[in-house]
Design a protein around this ligand. Structure first.
Ligand code: NAD
Length: 488
């Protein structure tokens, strides 16, 4: 028997109205690890009501005081880092070292946005009229619906909830249904840190109805979503005039030029392509390699890929953990089959692995054309495609030939090639001599094209998604002054 968990509404841990539940599993063993409430329309309604009634009081708390709660939360995450990391590995599957990184990212985010409580800058600017003062101030938006994926089950909720809270919003948080245990523990620590009742509420359950009710709810003012492109599009259509922040998929590439340090590039491709079993929005699934080094790099990469050890994330010998669920194994295999039928050459991998657990062999294709499915669509699994190019122009064209625009990278010793990549690659992030993954929380994160709708998370720009700008004019002239009219 595994433990049963509850929804968190108005500061109380409660059952769903329907009494319906679902189970979360360990992807390395397929064994159940917890039972969770399936929140329906009535539960979401209760959570929104709780968030609404907490809003007025919370937004009146001075932002530095809100920040102090976030500092306390960061401290609790730090104290419980090892336990949380093990939980991430247990429920999501990533290897323990990466799971520690997931928790560390949440600690860094909580500390960064806690400090923001003493900034939350607006700006001042001169008025065009005499004896008039002009400035902007930041205001909270209201009740936010926060919908997160499973691949960073601690870090991504922090990316959203920390700036949301410091700006004075309240929230209804709907975590992914593959990682509700991590979310439950996250919320328990928020409660312990002193987040007042109703400020954060958690409804567990599937995308439909739990997520859809939230997205369509008339009294939710903003939706912050990270997940797939298709769900993002659904949200944008259904949220109508809410403020919407979308962080969606990627099809990221690494360019390798002839002058690159191939050993360094190899480390980068292995980490970028197979880290988190390829289940990162910034995963490097395309390696765009100059033809003069293609053969050499290909054999280096194939021999390293074949040596990667698959296994449970808690095993210290494991390099690559399981995929999240059965559907992910099927989806990955569907793409591998498509790659083969479109004529790509399989260098290694290409099959599910093991008797229990959702494992898939690290897979490498070469001879991939830029327009093949495996080079265009997000697989979200351990599949890397090598695409050969003749020069930097072609490399950049291939890099840009996709619908997404999240992360990108170039390995080169040529400063001109590096700057061309920085200037011409259509992506929210470009790394030089480093792989496509490795975001730091004090810099903005997000993508262009179909990776999102223009918002950025983390860093100072993370505040913009969760605050409104109010423009303030203070006229101390004692007479009516008319902008644009009293021009002389
Ligand atoms: P998903 O879109 O299936 O689910 C994400 C969340 O949305 C889950 O909580 C899910 O229950 C919910 N959801 C699903 N359908 C919904 C609906 N109709 N209405 C409201 N909510 C709904 O994505 P996923 O499989 O959990 O995550 C993988 C995807 O996330 C990949 O595409 C990946 O690139 C993307 N991702 C992006 C970033 C980024 O910052 N750009 C970061 C991590 C993951």
């Amino acid at each position: 028997m595994v433990a049963s968990h509850k929804l968190y509404i108005g500061g109380n841990w409660v059952n769903s109205e329907s009494g319906e539940t679902f189970t979360s599993h360990n992807p390395a063993t397929e064994k159940p690890i917890g039972v969770f409430q399936k929140a329906g329309e009535g539960d979401v309604e209760r959570a929104v009501k709780a968030a609404e009634s907490a809003y007025k009081k919370w937004k009146a708390v001075p932002a530095p005081k809100r920040g102090e709660i976030l500092f306390r939360f960061a401290g609790l995450l730090r104290q419980n880092k090892e336990e949380l990391a093990r939980l991430v590995t247990l429920e999501m599957g990533k290897v323990l070292g990466e799971a520690r990184g997931d928790v560390q990212e949440a600690i860094d985010t909580a500390e960064y946005f806690a400090g923001e409580g003493r900034r939350l800058f607006g700006h001042t600017t001169p008025s065009e009229l005499r004896d008039k003062f002009a400035m902007t101030v930041r205001m909270p938006v209201g009740v936010f619906g926060v919908i997160t994926p499973w691949n960073f089950p601690i870090a991504i909720p922090a990316w959203k909830l920390m700036p949301a809270l410091v700006c004075g919003n309240t929230a209804v948080f709907k975590p992914a249904s593959d990682t509700p245990l991590c979310a439950t523990r996250f919320v328990e620590l928020l409660e312990k840190a002193g987040v007042p009742k109703g400020v954060v509420n958690m409804v567990t359950g599937p995308g439909d109805p739990t997520g859809t009710v939230l997205v369509r709810h008339p009294r939710i003012r903003g939706i912050s979503f990270t997940g797939s492109r298709d769900t993002g599009e659904f949200i944008l259509r259904n949220a109508v005039l809410k403020r919407v922040g979308l962080e969606l998929g990627g099809k990221n590439g690494i360019i390798i030029m002839p002058d690159a340090d191939l050993g360094l590039a190899l480390d980068g491709v292995i980490w970028g392509g197979f880290g988190t079993t390829g289940q990162r929005c910034t995963a490097a699934s395309r390696v765009i390699v100059h033809e003069s080094v293609r053969q050499k790099f290909e054999s280096m990469l194939a021999s390293r890929t074949k040596r990667l050890r698959l296994g449970p994330g808690l095993d210290a010998k494991t390099d690559v953990g399981p995929l999240i669920n059965k559907h992910a194994v099927e989806k990955t295999h569907k793409y591998v089959t498509a790659g083969l039928s479109e004529g790509a050459k399989l260098l290694c991998g290409g099959k599910p692995y093991g008797k229990a657990g959702y494992f898939y062999q690290p897979t490498l294709f070469t001879g991939v054309a830029p327009d093949m499915k495996i080079a265009q669509e997000e697989i979200f699994g351990p599949v890397v495609s090598l695409i050969s190019v003749r020069n930097i122009d072609e490399a950049i064209d291939v890099m840009n030939s996709i619908k997404y625009g999240l992360s990108s990278s170039i390995y080169t010793a040529d400063i001109n090639a590096a700057f061309r990549a920085i200037q011409e690659i259509e992506a929210g992030i470009t790394y030089v001599n480093a792989p496509t993954i490795g975001a730091e929380v004090h810099l903005p994160f997000g993508g262009i094209k179909q990776t999102g709708n223009g918002t950025r998370e983390a860093g100072i720009e993370g505040i913009n998604e969760f605050s409104e700008t109010k423009t303030v004019y203070i006229d101390y002239s004692g007479r009516l002054q008319r902008a644009q009219i009293d021009v002389d």
